[in-house]
Design a protein around this ligand. Structure first.
Ligand SMILES: [Mg+2]
Ligand SMILES: [Zn+2]
Length: 185
């Protein structure tokens, strides 16, 4: 069985900067591509799962996001299997407003991956910089790793504590997360 690592995007793979609205704004974090390569070489499938409510807010379009992900895919050595996103926002518009099941912390994107790609959760992991990312794995057989490379860490830790979620590991960045994952298999 191929194990899958789900990666958040902003603050995990690229610099957290609010919204990335065009490819030129994308800044892949140092060491991220190498970490992705190490995961791939260790036999993990890689799936990016990301909230992109900028679409519902009218800041960029689905086709802008596709162009951003084309560039990200190149920078990540074309190794991730898929990039799944939630374009919605509860107060959004442009056809993407209202409640949905895919906006993290809901687990919809994980189940999309299961349906579209036939991935299993068992033996896999989820890496993210925000509590919202990690909460999506609640109740699923995924190891959770909180990385400190994005959102202010104290706040995210407090949210996790408030929600009663204990992550399996905390690392400085994706490279540290991969070190731990590969050592603890
Ligand atoms: Mg993030
Ligand atoms: Zn959604």
């Amino acid at each position: 069985m191929t194990r899958t690592v789900f990666l958040d995007r902003d603050g995990t793979l690229n610099r957290e900067q609010g919204f990335v609205t065009k490819p030129q704004e994308l800044e892949v974090l140092p060491g991220a591509a190498d970490a992705v390569r190490r995961l791939h070489d260790a036999g993990f499938r890689i799936v990016v799962v990301t909230n992109q409510s900028g679409i519902a807010r009218g800041l960029y379009t689905e086709s802008d996001l596709a162009a951003i992900h084309d560039v990200l895919h190149e920078r990540l050595l074309r190794l991730p299997t898929a990039y799944l996103h939630c374009p919605h926002h509860p107060e959004g518009s442009f056809g993407y407003g209202g409640a949905c099941v895919c906006r993290k912390p809901a687990a919809g994107l994980l189940f999309q991956a299961k349906e579209l790609l036939g991935v299993a959760f068992e033996g896999g992991a989820l890496v993210g910089d925000s509590a919202r990312d990690l909460l999506m794995a609640r109740g699923l057989p995924l190891r959770t790793i909180h990385v400190r490379s994005g959102k202010p860490v104290q706040h995210e830790r407090a949210v996790l504590a408030h929600e009663g979620l204990t992550v399996d590991h905390e690392a400085a960045d994706l490279a540290g997360a991969v070190d731990w994952l590969l050592a603890s298999r």
